[in-house]
Ligand binder design. Structure first.
Ligand SMILES: Nc1ncnc2c1ncn2[C@@H]1O[C@H](COP(=O)(O)OP(=O)(O)OP(=O)(O)O)[C@@H](O)[C@H]1O
Length: 447
């Protein structure tokens, strides 16, 4: 079970927070002074430390430095009042990435703690030999498009071809890349993922090809670039469309010669790397505009894999929602059994612009907030069904109104307030419409 340490000299506050977190199945320890906290941190491992910033004996800031030294993967959440914003910014610089303003709002506390837990897991994962993804979490899906995707992965994985993965943000492109690597002959060699959009322009060459000590200001030691780090294995170039024209030229040369020259060195080092690139933009248009080199495009695109958007594979929507619920239950130590009918309908009608990543986050948050056995509309953001395009319960024309109202009532388990919310009308209007269409509402079903 997740282990949290609360540090606050305000005893009532500390206990109140402890009660809230324990009710939500976290294991919580409370320290009422920084010195007591230090002793505990030396003896036990905490995934998350939540600390006040103003305490006697030692400042919260000093404590944050101590936690970072003792236990680098522990996530720190600071809790402070409005007047302390400047200190909060300073503590972010020291390594406390999560912040909850006082007075506390329970929903916000739970959401920040869940986020911190996720950060902790990610940090631990990052520290294990660069393993960023656990493909044991990978799910195929059940739609025709999902099956086609699987077939393409199986087909290309063992063949030494460059692969270009195309798909919207959050569709799982990095997962697909890792899966291809894992199913290839290079599986026991490194898989190095590089976010091409995140590298500062001045450092691109050194990041990709490495540098020798003293080759530029700040080069205080030799550095192995991504190509050498991935030698024998796979180099995954995410957001490849973000590479500058100059870097594209350098990259193409390396792919042709299979040699890299670290910055500041005359030596050419042979490298054997399979390239898998991904993009969520149309590289053909980028080529037409002269922003992406055609020769590099063809080099990267020896085999193309299209990862479909979630909205294009309707049959997968509830499949993934249930899978992410199972994952969230496990992660948050909860036992939510499923989704209310209304939620399922909303999920099926929503266009999911952020794809699987967005769904995973929404389901995780809803699982955290759920009180009963199922996830209800109250636990999902209203944006999912608020706009006219997304609202599967919108009252478009009189002919179908009665039918839509019946469906909304059924989806809301015959709770009239909830049905009114789905239909985006007030309760009074709903009552009038029930009369007009002669709709009888049975007693509420127990969910
Ligand atoms: N097939 C899958 N099975 C289970 N979870 C998945 C799957 N595909 C994606 N996910 C989840 O969705 C999240 C986003 O996936 P990923 O980072 O691979 O997407 P992406 O397309 O590379 O995103 P971006 O374009 O923003 O880089 C992952 O963290 C993972 O949890």
């Amino acid at each position: 079970m997740a282990n949290i340490l609360i540090i606050d000299d305000d005893v009532t506050f500390g206990i109140m927070l402890q009660t809230l977190l324990e009710k939500n199945h976290y294991k919580v320890t409370t320290a009422f002074s920084p010195l007591e906290a230090k002793r505990m941190i030396q003896k036990h491992f905490f995934q998350v430390v939540m600390t006040d910033l103003r305490m006697p004996d030692m400042s919260g800031m000093e404590l944050i430095r101590f936690v970072k030294q003792q236990s680098p993967s522990t996530q720190i959440v600071m809790m402070t009042g409005y007047a302390d914003i400047a200190t909060a910014i300073e503590s972010i610089k020291q390594g406390a990435f999560h912040y909850i303003p006082k007075p506390l709002n329970p929903e916000e506390v739970l959401s920040v703690v869940a986020e911190a837990m996720e950060g902790q897991e990610q940090k631990t994962a990052d520290n294990t030999l660069g393993k960023r993804l656990d493909v044991a979490d990978y799910q195929e899906g059940v739609s025709e498009l999902a099956k086609k995707l699987e077939k393409h992965i199986e087909l290309v994985a063992p063949i030494p071809m460059s692969v270009l993965i195309i798909g919207e943000s959050g569709t799982g492109k990095e997962y697909v890349a890792k899966l291809i690597h894992d199913k290839s002959k290079r599986a026991d060699k490194p898989f190095v993922a590089v976010d091409c959009g995140a590298i500062p322009k001045e450092l691109v060459a050194s990041e990709f090809f490495g540098h020798v000590k003293g080759s530029f200001t700040g080069a205080i030691a030799d550095k192995i670039g991504h190509f050498k780090a991935a030698n024998g294995g796979t180099l995954f170039l995410d957001e490849v469309g973000n590479l500058s024209y100059n870097t594209q030229v350098q990259l193409l040369r390396v792919l042709q010669e299979r040699l890299v020259r670290p910055v500041g060195s005359n030596e050419a080092i042979p490298v054997d790397v399979r390239i898998i690139a991904a993009t969520n933009e149309n590289l053909t248009t980028a080529q037409e505009k002269g922003e992406f080199r055609e020769d590099l495009y063809h080099r990267l695109n020896e085999f193309q894999i299209d990862v479909p958007a979630l909205r294009e594979r309707q049959q997968d929507i509830l499949f993934f929602a249930r899978y992410f619920l199972e994952q969230a239950n496990h992660y948050l130590n909860k036992a939510v059994e499923g989704f209310e009918k209304g939620v399922e309908r909303v999920f099926q009608a929503y266009p999911w612009p952020g794809n699987l990543r967005e769904m995973k986050n929404i389901v995780k948050r809803a699982t955290l907030l759920a009180h009963g056995r199922t996830i209800t509309l109250k636990e999902i953001p209203s944006e999912l069904y608020a706009s006219r395009e997304n609202n599967c319960f919108a009252l478009y024309n009189e002919k179908e109104e009665g039918e839509v109202i019946r469906k909304a009532l059924e989806a809301a388990n015959y709770n009239k307030s909830q049905a009114a919310r789905l239909l985006q009308i007030d309760r009074k209007t709903l009552y009038n419409k029930l009369k007009t269409y002669g709709i009888e509402v049975p007693g509420r079903h127990k969910s």
